[in-house]
Write a protein that binds this ligand. Structure first.
Ligand SMILES: [Zn+2]
Length: 127
């Protein structure tokens, strides 16, 4: 690793609303990366974060462009899954400075926070 990467907060509360087309999962999804540099076409995929609203677990799934297949590659708590995504980005994108990267960190709904954090918005509305 070369130097510190910028931290990018992700708020777990933003994953509570169901996807109208598939209510078992969150409407919100965050892509961790959109493709894998140098991978063969049949291995090309994006990696996306969502919440399973039945189990309450977060998960990363790989979406393969060649056939539209989805494979869950990590399940767990919000922190565990974010750690997995950060490790995958290091593995896939390496240290190439031409590829912008960041480290996902959990929103604390206060100082390290997304602009769309529901708890932060409630506080701003009260003020
Ligand atoms: Zn938050």
């Amino acid at each position: 690793m070369t130097g510190e990467l910028p931290a990018y907060p992700v708020c777990e509360l933003e994953f509570d609303a169901p996807d109208p087309r598939n209510p078992r999962y969150s409407r919100a999804e965050v892509d961790r990366f959109g493709h894998v540099p140098g991978a063969y076409p049949h291995l090309q995929h994006r990696l996306s974060l969502r919440k399973n609203l039945i189990t309450g677990e977060f998960e990363y799934y790989a979406f393969f462009f060649v056939d539209g297949r989805e494979t869950v590659v990590k399940r767990g708590s919000f922190a565990e899954v974010l750690d997995y995504g950060n490790a995958r980005v290091r593995e896939v994108w390496g240290d190439n400075p031409e590829w912008p990267r960041h480290v996902d960190v959990p929103c604390d709904h206060h100082r390290v926070c997304t602009r769309t954090c529901p708890r932060m918005r409630e506080r701003l509305a009260e003020a």
